[in-house]
Design a protein around this ligand. Sequence first.
Ligand code: MRU
Length: 359
Amino acid sequence: MNHVNRQADSVRTLRWNGKAIEMIDQRLLPHHIEYVACDSARSVADAIRNMVVRGAPAIGVAAAYGVALEAVRLRNADRETFATNMQAGFAALSASRPTAVNLFWALDKMKALLQANGNKSPAELASLLLRQAHVMLEEDIRINRDMGRHGAALLPDGARVLTHCNAGALATAGHGTALGVFRSAVEAGKHIAVFADETRPFLQGARLTAWEMVQEHIPVTLITDNMSGYLMSRGEIDAVVVGADRVAANGDVANKIGTYMVAVLAQRHHIPFYVACPLSTIDLSLSSGKDIPIEERPADEVKGFRDCQWAPEGVAIRNPAFDVTPVELVTALITEKGVVDNAALIRNGLGDFVRKHQP
Ligand code: MRU
């Protein structure tokens, strides 16, 4: 993993430099724009684990590049060495973070491509896998734009919308899921005012969502996580839109810790709670959200931030990074293939919808 200092001309979450995948180092935002270049499965796995790159779709695309780069690194190896090392690369990537299913979705896609081309040489496989990673990056942007269009239609002109964490361009290959809905609404001529939850403990809302919106001159107001109930009770929020890390077959949604709390508050105040998620985030192998693996992150993230520690040594800490919002609280899921409303979710779950659109 090498650090590359660049001018902040056009900020892209992931970009191919001809030899390696460069990722904007999201730990340093919004104060520093610095890219990290990764050229192997292991270096991409480290970047995912260490939060250089984060957000479900971005993790998926990064993992695809991790596989491709491992193959490129091994392109002159004999078949046996290639196969053994590729297996180790897959293992490192799949152990990087557990909750976002896009990681496993991307790895499965790459594995299927390898298996379908078992007769090809390592060099041929490397170029096939690399091409596939490029396609996945481009497709992710297109999917987010489609999702954005469907979601934008749900927001009235003048809507004041709350979001939690960062489900923006930084969490994807571009445009974003929840923030993609806001961007598309603005592109369609609507006036949208965004409220960004700070999102303790990693501050994705304060550091990343606020930054993305400020960059694009979309009106944004930052609040701490404990303020949304107050604003809702005063009629200052018209809708909530969040992203997702994994959605179970029944429509239960795993997303950044604190999302569940926002969904409960939204229901209490009769505010629509929308989840923007591509089909790659839906995991039909899990019947409900109770089976979604929830990542526990290091205690230090709760004790303080960067060099500043505010909690006493010796205090017990819990740091679950995600929670599960039950389908009953979800007004609708916004996907690239259209919107699935709560009645349809409760009646049918997501099986038929996903199979129809992703045979
Ligand atoms: O821990 P993170 O920053 O990877 O968590 C990200 C989220 O929870 C996002 O809301 C989710 O991945 C949706 S991104 C389009």
